[in-house]
Design a protein around this ligand. Sequence first.
Ligand code: FAD
Ligand code: PHB
Length: 398
Amino acid sequence: MGRRKRRVRTQVAIIGAGPAGLFLAHLLARAGVDAVVVERRDREYVEARVRAGVLEQVTVDLMDRLGLGKRMHREGLVHEGTILAHDGGMFRIDMKGLTGGSTVMVYGQQEVMRDLFDAGEERGVQVVFDAEDVALHGLDGSSPHITWRKDGVEQLLDCDFVAGCDGYHGVSRGSMPESVRREYERVYPFGWLGILADVPPANHELIYCNHERGFALASMRSATRSRYYLQCPLDDRLEDWSDDRFWDELCLRLGDRAAAGVTRGPSFEKSIAPLRSFVSEPMRWGRLFLAGDAAHIVPPTGAKGLNLAASDVVFLAEALEQHYLEHSDAGIDGYSARALARVWKAERFSWWFTGLTHRFPETGPLEHRLQVAELDYIRDSRAAQTTLAENYVGLPIS
Ligand code: FAD
Ligand code: PHB
């Protein structure tokens, strides 16, 4: 139990200092709305987590709008296309040409977090780190508050609204009564084994590869840092995967042409991530809003997770600005439906792209031939390529 109790007040309490929480804090600060971010871990931990690597135009625009884009435009890599590969064959999706000029930016989530934290310090974005036992109270009334403990001291924050930006394992979603929540979930029967290595990437654009032995992805963080993934069984252990075994398997799956570009080297990060499609509806209950992974998860195949977190909080910040500056609750009332409309389209795309490129337990020779037939169709159809490109670069904010 804590020794004393400290009580303060803000307008919006934000739980979680991941991309959703910090983007929201910056957007609110810019609009002159008071907010405090309460985070369970320390800054080093949050910043060091190796996760997403591809930013949609919407996220790039958000970084620019917040005046955070300088380093991203200097160090990030603009990608105008991406490669699909199977059975040794490869073809390119010209995203820029097919979408009337849209591209994506390769810039790691770690870099985004560093930019958000650095600028946050200068702009007075308040973040409480190392907050233990965060709890939400009074969400269905007119004066909610949140509590936590830090350094043995009980803390209480009164607020008008709570933004649950605390990821899939956070407390916010579970603070909505089960009777109002509807959850949709699919857990995929495999994981992604990812490595980072300081070697030049295999290709200047990403390669998504369907192989009979499983999916492979050649990605990057910079011209000198590669990020590779292999589909693997969920019960594989990292100890089973020496660097040599990883490089051999990667080259086998990529096929001779793409493998010719692979430079091997020691990995400095190796991890296995599970894959899941998940949506919890609604994204608002009373004075609680959910945003980002707290409300939905996508398998990483479409590179949508971080980008959805960004679009959610663009909608949420607009709604809160309307409430405080225009005294209208239309945005608040419409937030859940507006955010979910975009979320479900990204869920569909990520699910479809995962199905097209991965090996499932039920993938026999027939199913593999069907995947190959669909890949061949995409290769030969401008309409199919346009559909893929539009979704990959990110659907517009509407
Ligand atoms: P998070 O980044 O999860 O942030 C939530 C924050 O809340 C965290 O800082 C957490 O510490 C904090 N928190 C949690 N519980 C509490 C609590 N009780 N109290 C206070 N704070 C709390 N996406 C891609 O597009 N490509 C990828 O390659 C990719 N790889 C991924 C790999 C892994 C292992 C994971 C987990 C995710 C990956 N994602 C990827 C998804 C992407 O990283 C997420 O969609 C993105 O981080 C979502 O941001 P968020 O702010 O909603 O949630
Ligand atoms: C990454 O570089 O981490 C990455 C890129 C594309 C994806 C997923 C992850 O679809």
